[in-house]
Ligand binder design. Sequence first.
Ligand SMILES: NC(=O)c1ccc[n+]([C@@H]2O[C@H](COP(=O)([O-])OP(=O)(O)OC[C@H]3O[C@@H](n4cnc5c(N)ncnc54)[C@H](OP(=O)(O)O)[C@@H]3O)[C@@H](O)[C@H]2O)c1
Length: 253
Amino acid sequence: MKNALGSVQSALILGGDSDIAFATSKRLVRDRLRRLVLAGRSIERLQARAAELEAIAPGIDIRCLTLDATDFASHSEFVDAAFEKGDLDLVLVAFGVLGNQLEDEHDAASAIGVIQTNFTGAVSLLVPTADRLRDQGHGTIVVLSTVAAERARRSNYIYGASKAGLDWFSQGLGDALHGSGVDVMIVRPGFATTKMTGDLDTPPMATDADSVAAAIVDGLRKQSDVVWVPGKLRWVMSVLRHLPRPIFRRLPI
Ligand SMILES: NC(=O)c1ccc[n+]([C@@H]2O[C@H](COP(=O)([O-])OP(=O)(O)OC[C@H]3O[C@@H](n4cnc5c(N)ncnc54)[C@H](OP(=O)(O)O)[C@@H]3O)[C@@H](O)[C@H]2O)c1
């Protein structure tokens, strides 16, 4: 349960080695988080993240669990293990892959890999997770979507499609959970400088992992349904979403 000040006391991070997830974990740990489950593909990398968090909050209970978002058959057992030590106040869905648009659009296996990680994997984990949270009667699911989910762009439509599916699923899940005590918060960052985007040129209005983390923590406090990072992207995307296609196509985005 959240404490009297509304701070998250227990959390599960799916994709615990993500830069945005780690920045968020650091903020939660400083804000009195007591129990954390970090899940990801590399236990060694998760343990390194855990050691840094333990240095911030000595005595915090951190467990590291192996998770591959594309190993769907393992997800039900994984969720049981994640909830083994009791209720969780927060579940953050942070794993994801960007892919390489220009290569993946000619390589079905790679394109499927992006969709299976970002969309199918998230759905496969969110279904049993939502049931656990519904049963406990409280909690917040935070889903890292993206502005790329707002409108298909030639430059990243495979990633955008995977995240659009995730975003729509999460919107519906939030409605399905309404009244159960469980909330879903969708986070739509623009370009953030992290290891995912490390090889790319930094565009205007770029942000970073800690700014996304700050917006997540602020959104949790305000019980927001949707968080844009930076906030002005909400208005930018609102204009872009309605631009006629012949004009949209000519934009360098
Ligand atoms: N950076 C941005 O510009 C940006 C913008 C909008 C939204 N987002 C979203 O924010 C989330 C976090 O991204 P980030 O920027 O923090 O990038 P990141 O540091 O690269 O984190 C992505 C994480 O996803 C994990 N992952 C990839 N495939 C996985 C799989 N099959 N199973 C389990 N974990 C897997 C990676 O783990 P490994 O280390 O094992 O590969 C990595 O830890 C992603 O969902 C991303 O789409 C990012």
